[in-house]
Design a protein around this ligand. Structure first.
Ligand SMILES: [Zn+2]
Ligand SMILES: [Zn+2]
Length: 244
């Protein structure tokens, strides 16, 4: 049943007139402007020009470790002082708020998969500018998620990037564990480090960019990077679409 409903939703997204996922404005005008393209690929992201223009990435200065915007601090944010992350730097592209929160929410929770190429293009620009030539390692989904839901939001972006020529190594796996969201911060950190490990026999490149969708406490990035470092990676960056 659930599969059928998902299929219908995807079909509806293809067949019915599109509206901007961030503000709800109709996109008919912009489609006409683009000259009534023939295929979905040519339609671009389901976003109006105004919302694309209103997206602003996290402005410098940023924390040198977690990449969040700094207000009165310099160098490191309060949360990163005295912390020893396993990654060299994290780089979230946007704050998880405003129109970017709507976009990512539509993608993750309402399964607007047609946003994947747009999100992947944002990630690709950052990778090319900051870490050219590095191998991407996506944060793996819960075990069984791909089978149960048919997709994973990070994996779909990784596939787009792979198609665009970026090397992707799926070397991590996530162990079955209690739902992390229900746990408190401390329990969450301990739980996260137990939740990821290298796949048996995985061969690691030396320099890696870990890809996640939203960085919240940093516990997931830390757990993944600590496993990658133990496995021999020496240069580790974390790219997240947003920081919450
Ligand atoms: Zn809009
Ligand atoms: Zn920080």
């Amino acid at each position: 049943m659930a599969t059928r409903r998902r299929a219908l939703r995807l079909l509806a997204e293809l067949l019915f007139p599109r509206s901007c996922v961030a503000c709800g404005a109709g996109l008919a005008d912009e489609m006409l402007e683009a000259g009534l393209p023939g295929g979905m690929e040519e339609l671009g992201p389901p976003l109006c020009q105004a919302c694309v223009k209103s997206l602003c990435s996290i402005c410098p200065p940023r924390c040198a470790a977690c990449g969040r915007g700094l207000i009165s601090e310099s160098g490191l944010c309060m949360g990163c002082r005295g912390r020893d992350w396993s990654f060299d730097e994290a780089y979230p592209l946007f704050e998880y708020e405003g129109s970017f929160r709507s976009i990512l929410g539509a993608y993750k929770f309402r399964e607007r998969r047609s946003l994947a190429p747009f999100l992947a293009s944002l990630a690709a620009s950052a990778i090319t500018a900051r870490w050219p030539g590095r191998t991407l390692v996506p944060v793996p989904p819960r075990p069984g998620k791909l089978r149960a839901k048919g997709w994973d939001q990070v994996e779909l972006i990784a596939r787009q990037l792979e198609r665009g020529g970026i090397r992707v190594a799926r070397v991590l796996e996530r162990l079955p564990s209690a739902q992390q969201k229900r746990l408190g911060l401390e329990a969450r950190s301990a739980n996260a480090s137990a939740a990821y490990r290298l796949k048996p026999g995985a061969r690691l490149p030396r320099a890696i960019v870990l890809l996640d969708d939203v960085i919240t406490t940093g516990a997931t990035a830390e757990a993944c990077c600590s496993a990658l470092r133990e496995g021999g990676a020496t240069e580790l960056a974390v790219l997240a679409l947003a920081a919450d």
